[in-house]
Design a protein around this ligand. Sequence first.
Ligand code: URA
Length: 238
Amino acid sequence: MTPEELRKRLTFYQDLGVKELYRRAPTPIEAEVAVVPAIMELPSLEPDGDSLARIREDIGDCRRCRLCEQRSKIVFGSGNEEARLVFVGEGPGADEDAQGLPFVGRAGQLLTQMIENTASKEGIPIQRKDVYICNVVKCRPPENRTPQPDEMEICGQFLFRQLMTLKPTAICALGATAAKALLNSKEGVTRMRGKWHKWRDIPVMVTYHPSYLLRPYNQNAKREAWEDLKKVMHFVYD
Ligand code: URA
């Protein structure tokens, strides 16, 4: 690692709120060569005994990326902290930014309907309050634009900590940004949806984002999303 790479990596950790770094002793070879500073032993990004409260505290009044400039409220996530099913969206829209809660606008109402109607039709006794809902980025991108790779990378660390803490039976990735953040795949949602993937050891179902389903010409996708949801719910709750 060059000094410049090391500097960038340390800044990245600092930005994430990691306060202490330890340097291991150089191995005899490193001590002999000693061209660049010894590689740092970097701490885990997912501290032992992590909790949602601690993650929220670490986010603080976040200024780690440009999305802080126009946001009103940070949208951390909401729902049952013991949830067996977690939905991951892209990022807050205008309603979410104003209320500080995920999926409360039109797309959110559709998501609630999808969860509750599917559950009730399939005889699964759950409501929206029984699942957990969060986003890849916690601050609203201006004009609802797609989050940029660096924004996804910085905020993604907090999403990963949320998922590691929640340890759900399955994750439902809503749309391309969530699928990209979790699975790092170059494929589009149309190809990925309806099949099982994995984030670490947790099964992930990819489906369409509710905002996409709100467009009147996407009625076929709506049927497919319902099928995807049925699959996830039976997997998690049967
Ligand atoms: N779209 C998202 O991706 N997330 C929200 O919270 C709301 C709309």
